[in-house]
Write a protein that binds this ligand. Structure first.
Ligand SMILES: [Zn+2]
Length: 182
């Protein structure tokens, strides 16, 4: 499910996760306050879901465990926030906070790819509403609406066809336009 930042509210994440759907929702960051990390009181979580070590440094992503559905974070040994040889590690799980720790990380290529589909949906909506004047009909019944949206979607299909096979379909386009105008 892809939604814009206006839908960035915890209940929406919980509902979608409950229904077995993966939410793709941009963060709508209003607060600048960090929140305490789950279980480990000395680690804070930034408003964008990045763990911050006790020395105030942002931790770096360090892989994802698909089996345990948890993301690993690491602080550099140079930071000095841990005596561990490779520096402090911290784990975040989607179940801890589905909003801040989505299954697909917001800075990943997958996220960008999925989210791109949203703009194509926006374009499709614009085409139906603005170009095909979906809402300018003076009708009220559900059936008329249904017929109108159906005809609009036929036109959209026709548009897509046309782009793909412009030459071959030129004839079809003229015929269909004559049919719609009649
Ligand atoms: Zn550190």
């Amino acid at each position: 499910m892809i939604l814009d930042a206006a839908h960035d509210a915890e209940p929406i994440y919980l509902l979608l996760e409950h229904q077995g759907m993966e939410p793709f929702i941009d963060l709508n960051v209003r607060s600048k306050k960090n929140t305490p990390g789950k279980g480990e009181s000395d680690i804070q979580i930034s408003p964008t879901g990045i763990p911050i070590c006790p020395n105030g440094n942002k931790m770096k992503p360090n892989g994802f465990d698909k089996k345990l559905h948890r993301r690993k974070w690491r602080c550099t040994p140079a930071c000095g926030c841990s005596t561990a040889k490779y520096g402090r590690t911290f784990y975040t799980k989607t179940t801890d906070d589905p909003r801040l720790f989505p299954r697909t990380s917001r800075d990943s290529e997958t996220w960008k790819l999925v989210y791109k589909r949203r703009t194509s949906i926006e374009r499709s909506n614009k085409r139906e509403k603005v170009d095909y004047k979906l809402e300018s009909g003076r009708h009220r019944s559900t059936m008329t609406w249904y017929i109108r949206i159906y005809a609009t979607m036929i036109c959209q299909h026709k548009d897509a066809w046309y782009v793909h096979q412009e030459q071959e379909l030129k004839g079809v386009r003229f015929e269909m336009e004559a049919f719609i105008a009649a």
